[in-house]
Design a protein around this ligand. Structure first.
Ligand code: SF4
Length: 310
């Protein structure tokens, strides 16, 4: 059976959110940044223009269909392969979802547009917003996030600080460290100061665990992450492994479901197994067959085997 959805994917085992239904309302790689570490590849449309990129009624109809199926889900998450706040209907969609379910709604955003009052207002009805912040100094910001030229890091940080003050839900700040890019001690100190100003509920520090947009971008090591987390204080933690269901079953996952997920990001067989709650043996065979038929590619990154769609 093929996936009935154009805008939804999963639920997938998210590293932070448990079983998370992804809602992707932005065309592939349409973003305000072109991060060197992006797991979705280079940004093809670098923009700060907010638009109705897709028909919001169609997205809502898919969510209604999904909710009627009563599939266990911990979060409904606006995420995907671009910056979700570039879609100017995101506020309406969050509010409409909240009218239909108690499942909490989260938004993964790069935070680059939170200086804009209409973007902040659009996210007020969410339960959890996770903005990212990888740099404070202008030079490092440009090096790691390669932003649209209209963006300024001081304005962005001020926007996150203002949003934190106004927003009633949870705010987790995500920081991703790349070796030799944003891991110098003075940049870490600036990030620690920014954390104090923002006052998030949590700080989640991670590194490169999937193949990056720019070859040669490397992760920092675990000891370094631990030191940084200590420096960032009690609210900081290292982003760990997925927290999805550990059950294994022999249910059939369609080839299209697998391809649909791999289209969003390269994924290991283990992550796919957790996302679909299937036995690793069954999935390994199916992945091998998809690979043989030329539907997916397999490659290595940092000692792990990843699958992706060409
Ligand atoms: S990591 Fe996020 S913010 Fe950076 S380019 Fe990719 S989608 Fe955009």
């Amino acid at each position: 059976m093929s996936s009935p959805y154009k805008y939804l994917f999963g639920p997938v085992a998210s590293r932070r959110l448990g079983l998370s239904l992804g809602v992707d309302i932005i065309p592939f790689k349409t973003c305000t940044y072109n991060c060197v570490y992006c797991e979705c590849g280079p940004t093809t449309r670098l923009t700060v223009e907010r638009r109705s990129w897709v028909k919001p009624e169609e997205v809502l109809a898919e969510i209604e269909h999904f909710l009627a199926r009563q599939i266990p889900t911990d979060f409904i998450t606006f995420s995907g392969s671009g910056e979700p706040t570039l879609n100017k209907d995101i506020g309406w969609l969050i509010s409409e979802i909240k009218k239909r379910t108690n499942i909490p709604v989260s938004v993964l955003t790069n935070g680059s547009l939170l200086w804009d009052e209409s973007v902040r207002q659009a996210l007020y009805s969410a339960d959890l917003v996770i903005p990212s912040l990888d740099a404070v100094s202008d030079a490092v910001f440009k090096r790691i996030n390669r932003p649209h030229p209209a963006l300024n890091i001081n304005t962005i940080i001020d926007g996150i600080v203002t949003f934190r003050r106004e927003f009633q839900g949870n705010l987790w700040l995500e920081i991703l460290l790349c070796k030799g890019i944003n891991d110098a001690s003075d940049e870490i100190e600036r990030l620690a100061d920014a954390i104090q100003r923002i006052n998030p509920d949590k700080v989640q520090v991670g590194t490169v665990v999937r193949p990056p947009a720019v070859p040669g971008i490397k992760p920092v090591d675990k000891e370094f992450l631990e030191d940084v987390v200590n420096q960032f204080g009690d609210k900081a933690e290292i982003i760990g492994l997925p927290a999805g269901s550990k059950k294994t079953s022999e249910k059939i996952v369609s080839d299209n479901d697998i391809i649909n997920l791999l289209r969003r990001r390269p994924t290991t067989a283990e992550e796919l197994g957790r996302a679909f709650d299937v036995s690793p043996e069954l999935l390994a065979k199916q992945l091998y067959q998809l690979q043989q038929r030329g539907k997916i590619l397999v490659f290595q990154f940092e000692g792990n085997t990843f699958y992706k769609v060409k």
